[in-house]
Ligand binder design. Structure first.
Ligand SMILES: NC(=O)c1ccc[n+]([C@@H]2O[C@H](COP(=O)([O-])OP(=O)(O)OC[C@H]3O[C@@H](n4cnc5c(N)ncnc54)[C@H](O)[C@@H]3O)[C@@H](O)[C@H]2O)c1
Length: 371
């Protein structure tokens, strides 16, 4: 059993790591939480039976109490990683730090030096390494099934609605407030390329830009907010009610599921929501299909199952804005070319226009091709 403290009980802290701990109580137990937002702090404390004296308004207060557990999760926003991670290491915690590790090279180096000095583990949440898909590829490479790697082509195809949510309307829309998209999003992919080739990069070049999510691309008559009487409300694929109230893109993902019952239910929720609403009264688990309350809806309000709260968020908050009239500045497409030590080369492409989300990878080896 590992004991842990949580710094930042937001989307990742509460819904990813907190949820995992809830399902694996014999493996991980949270004993304290630091979170400035009272609702989030209370929800996390309730979920993990944390007593009030172990609930803190911020990481400084938490660390003032000394070392309370084995491990510290740092799940604050991109620009708030280094200070709490250094504080946790200084107290002797092992640290699981959300990606991106830090937003400057200097801070990355400070973190590594600090962890080496105190002899504690510093792990960055490059979670894709642990997926079945990428760990199977890694295993095949390690077994030599495709010989020596020569080249990798890798593409991160971010769906239009996910990109609109996170990188146009949301938390990672401005490089100076969060981090550039090549760090915020493709740090996972850059890490994978490094991990799969097994060599550090020696040469890198990169180009990108913000091509589409800008005012010049808005359709005629579009309004700054979707609910301001925009004439494109019913046809625009980025319409905020389409995503946050009706969950259309998420249900569409369900219609491509391998499981027949998922395809039937999500198809029915798209075509006849009234029927599904009626059925959900008889069978409550169906409620999520007619009133989506998970990510990304859980990001826009702390009451994601309340229609009123969602409407208010769309009328007043950042997620109700037209994707062509936001204050975003991060690239919506970018390419990176890398030469690794030993001569292996790789290219990475990121874009925010995919109809369905996913990564592609093609690895060329001296012993064949694995796709
Ligand atoms: N590993 C992945 O696949 C993955 C996926 C998504 C996001 N992330 C990363 O996870 C991090 C968190 O993202 P998120 O979506 O959970 O953000 P979030 O905004 O939902 O959560 C961050 C939380 O930190 C809290 N916080 C702010 N100041 C604090 C302080 N002084 N002490 C303690 N808590 C404080 C905020 O109130 C907030 O609740 C980001 O860096 C993001 O890039 C990683």
């Amino acid at each position: 059993m590992v004991t842990a403290v949580m710094v930042g009980a937001g989307n990742r802290g509460k819904d990813a790591y907190g949820a995992w701990a809830g399902e694996h109580k014999q493996k991980l137990q949270f004993v304290a939480v630091a979170e400035p937002q009272p609702e989030r702090r209370n929800l996390f404390a309730e979920a993990h039976d944390i007593p009030p004296e172990r609930c803190y308004k911020g990481w400084k207060d938490l660390f003032a109490a000394g070392k309370l557990a084995d491990l510290c999760f740092v799940a604050t926003q991109d620009r708030q990683h280094t200070a709490p991670a250094l504080g946790a290491l200084a107290l002797g915690y092992h640290v699981l730090l959300e990606k991106p590790m830090a937003v400057t090279e200097q801070d990355c180096r400070r973190l590594v030096i600090a962890s080496e000095e105190v002899g504690r583990q510093l792990r960055v949440a490059h979670v894709l390494r642990y997926t079945r898909f990428f760990s199977t590829i890694k295993e095949a490479i390690m077994k030599g099934l495709i010989g020596k790697i020569v080249n990798i082509s890798h593409s991160e195809n971010v769906s239009y609605w996910h990109f609109g949510h996170s990188y146009v309307r949301g938390n990672w829309r401005r490089a100076g407030e969060a981090s550039p998209v090549v760090l915020a999003k493709t740090c996972h992919d850059l890490d994978l390329l490094y991990w799969l080739t097994g060599h550090p990069a020696v040469k890198v070049s990169s180009f990108g830009g913000l091509f589409f999510y800008r005012p010049e691309q808005a359709p005629p008559g579009a309004t700054p907010r979707c609910l301001d009487g925009c004439p494109h409300l019913d046809t625009c694929q980025w319409s905020a009610p389409r995503l946050y109230l009706r969950a259309v893109p998420l249900l569409q993902v369900g219609t491509r599921s391998r499981r027949l019952h998922n395809r039937i239910l999500t198809g029915a929720a798209l075509r006849c929501p009234g029927l599904l609403r009626g059925l959900s009264r008889l069978y409550p688990p169906l409620k999520t299909l007619v009133n989506w309350d998970q990510w990304p809806v859980s990001t826009i309000t702390d009451e994601p199952s309340s229609r009123e709260a969602k409407l208010q968020a769309l009328r007043e908050g950042p997620y109700g804005r037209c994707v062509f009239f936001c204050d975003n500045d991060v690239n919506d497409h970018q390419v990176v070319s890398i030469e690794f030590a030993g001569g292996v080369t790789a290219t990475l492409t990121l874009h925010g226009f995919a109809s369905s989300e996913g990564r592609w990878i093609r690895i060329e080896g001296t012993g064949g091709t694995q796709r």
